[in-house]
Design a protein around this ligand. Sequence first.
Ligand code: FES
Length: 207
Amino acid sequence: MSVSVKSSETFEFTPENLEWAKGQIAKYPEGRQQSAVMPLLTRAQQQNGGWVTVPIMECIADMLDMPYIRVHEVASFYSMYNLKPVGKHVIEVCTTTPCWLRGSDDVVKACKEELGIGFGETTEDGEFTLLEVECAGACVNAPVIAYKEEYYEDLDENSTRAFIRGIKEGKVPAAGPQVNRFKACPMGGPTTLTDYAPADLTSGGDK
Ligand code: FES
C-alpha cells in the first residue's frame, strides 16, 4: 500500500508559465511526459524567486503523473536547483580538479572576501548566495563561475573581485573569458589552420 502525504501549501504556475509548461510536456511522446521534469523545475524555480519548494515538486509530480520522490531526486541531484531560499544573485564557483589546477582557490578566496560569506551562505541583505559546484562543463576556460545562466571564465583573483564588485554596482561584466581570448580559442588567436580563421580571430579576437 502506498501512502501519499502532501504538504499543506500549494503551488501553481502562472497562466503564462502553465501554457509554456504544457508546450514542454507536449514535446514528448505519450507515456514519456516525465522527460519534461527538468524544464518544469527550472521554470518553477524562476517563478518562485530562485528556489524549489516541496509544493512545487508535488505540483510538477502531479502534472507529469510521476511519484513526488522522483521529482525530488532530480531536484536534489542537480546543483542548478536550490532547495532553500537564495539571494538575488547566486554565484556558483566550480572547484573541480581542472578549475582547481587553474586557480579556483584564488577565485573562492576573492568571492568569500568580497561577499563576507562562505559556501552555502547568503548575505544578510539577501543580495548574494555563494555556492560551490562540481564541473560546470567549461574546463577549457577554467576556472569558471556560473551566474544567471552565463559563464564567467579564465578568472583569477583580480577579475573575480572585479566581477563581484561589478554586480554590486549594477555593471555586470560581459560573460565569457575574462582574458583576451575568443571563446575557447588559444590566447592571441588560433595557432593551427590559420588560413581558414576569420581575420578578427587571428588578431586576438574579442573577449
Ligand atoms: S572543472 Fe570547472 S568547469 Fe570543469
